[in-house]
Design a protein. Structure first.
Length: 285
């Protein structure tokens, strides 16, 4: 140190006696290499005074690398024991985990509202099944006006044939009253015409060749024996002849019937008018 308190220049001429510079360069190099070797294991807290710039940087870098390596080793060493020491999950926790996994795997029902169908008929309520209507049973026609069942059935055939022709009620009454007088509403065969007995009949008469409900004669052109033995044909033949009489609707029953039958007893038909009206009313209902 100078007298004024300043340090002497290390390379100058005024260097103090306690800082000798006669140390060989080889000794200084050996000392520096020893310092670097020691720095590989630990970094000095207080670096030496006035180190050489190049070698100081090398020592600091080497020490930093060593420190980082030690930190990594310490972390690796401490982390493994902690993971190894982690306790295994209990059986209850494992079962709960399995249940959660199963519940997640199960498809849950959708809570979204159903998409409306494009067709209105898809959501339309089913039509109510119509109850079958009860079948109408045929009304039982009972015999009236002193007739039996056979006579009433023949009167019914006369009325049905007249309805098929579209004849009015008055014509039906005239036809029934005429059959009451001619055959008492029985289908007669003829003893004179044995052929007539080959067809359904309820009685046999002997008045010439007269047959059937209206005692019509095949020889007079009313039809064949087979045709006249059929109540339906015989009725339609009578009513067709009645329609040809002018104003028959306004004529008395006996006059209208006699105009068709040309009977020897023209006034006999009138006595059956009221009974014929009652029979027709029962049949027509």
């Amino acid at each position: 140190m100078r007298s004024d308190g300043t340090l002497d220049d290390p390379n100058g001429p005024g260097r103090p006696a306690d800082r000798s510079d006669d140390t060989p360069s080889t000794d200084r190099s050996a000392a520096l290499r020893g310092l670097i070797r020691r720095t590989r294991f630990w970094a000095p807290m207080n670096p030496p005074m006035n180190p050489r710039p190049g070698r100081t940087k090398l020592a600091v870098a080497t020490g930093a690398a060593c420190c980082l390596g030690l930190v990594g080793v310490s972390q690796a060493g401490f982390g493994a024991p902690e993971r190894a020491a982690a306790p295994a999950p209990s059986a209850e926790v494992a079962e709960r985990a399995e249940a959660d996994a199963a519940s997640r795997a199960t498809t849950r029902p959708s809570t979204a509202p159903p998409t409306p169908s494009a067709s209105p008929s898809a959501t339309a309520s089913p039509k109510a099944t119509a109850k079958p209507k009860p079948k109408k049973t045929a009304r039982q026609i009972v015999p009236v006006a002193g007739l039996d069942r056979t006579q009433m059935n023949n009167a019914k055939k006369i009325v049905q044939a007249g309805k098929e022709m579209g004849m009015p009620r008055r014509a039906l009454v005239i036809a029934v009253a005429t059959a009451m007088q001619e055959s008492t509403l029985l289908n007669y065969a003829s003893g004179v015409l044995p052929e007539s007995q080959n067809y359904p009949h309820q009685a046999i008469g002997w008045d010439h060749d007269s047959v059937g409900l209206f005692q019509q004669r095949p020889s007079s052109g009313w039809g064949t024996v087979e045709q006249l033995m059929d109540p339906e044909y015989a009725t339609k033949a009578f009513l067709s002849a009645l329609e040809e009489i002018p104003g028959w609707q306004d004529l008395p029953l006996s006059v209208a019937a006699q105009a068709v039958q040309i009977s020897a007893f023209p006034d006999a038909y009138a006595q059956h008018e009221w009974r014929a009206g009652e029979v027709v009313a029962e049949i027509l209902g």
